[in-house]
Write a protein that binds this ligand. Structure first.
Ligand code: IMP
Ligand code: MG
Length: 173
């Protein structure tokens, strides 16, 4: 089995996420909010900050695929499952596990904009340093990480390691 070096401990993630949840609650006070998570990587990250949002929110998901089984983005975003909530005139918080090239997020942002929400705000657990080309601001950012392929806390390598409670880097050998 491959060796995984811990990059962000579970405890550190938990603290940061609690802060993000509190910030979101205060920023969206009194607003009609729909949280849309991008599957599958968001499945753990989504539950945690949403659990700290102290507002009545609608939760929905969309599944897109860019990587296949590889470690490099294919550049083609495929919608595997679309969200089903009505978002017109509502405030959307778009939750992404990790932003690498930004291709996925830019395209999903476009798709969501077409349905005319009141606003779209991006929240991401991890952002790879100096790499992403996301055209919209990333308002809620958990951690900046080095440009390495990471796993755990929802993130996979060819379908594995999503269940790890921390974020780690696969070391060969
Ligand atoms: P982007 O389109 O290049 O920004 O990639 C975004 C998507 O690719 C994320 O939502 C993840 O699902 C996946 N991804 C990017 N980098 C990593 C990584 O280091 N580990 C696991 N998945 C990743
Ligand atoms: Mg993803």
């Amino acid at each position: 089995m491959e060796n995984i070096e811990q990059l962000i401990p579970a405890q550190t993630i938990a603290h940061r996420i609690e802060e993000m949840g509190r910030q979101i609650s205060s920023d969206f006070q009194g607003k009609d909010v729909v949280v849309i998570g991008i599957l599958r990587g968001c499945f753990i990250f989504m539950a945690d900050p949403v659990g700290h949002i102290d507002l009545p929110v609608t939760v929905d998901f969309m599944e897109v695929s860019t990587y296949g089984d590889g470690k490099q983005s294919s550049g083609i975003v495929k919608i595997v499952k679309d969200f089903s909530s009505s978002i017109t005139g509502r405030h959307v918080i778009l939750v992404e596990d990790i932003i690498d090239t930004g291709i996925t997020l830019n395209q999903v942002f476009e798709i969501i904009s077409m349905k005319r929400p009141a606003s779209i705000t991006i929240a991401a657990l991890l952002v790879k340093e100096g790499k992403h080309g996301v055209t919209e601001p990333i308002v809620y950012e958990g951690f900046q990480i080095p440009d390495e392929f990471v796993v755990g806390y929802g993130l996979d390598a060819a379908g594995l390691y999503r269940n790890l409670p921390y974020v780690g880097v696969i070391k060969q050998g």
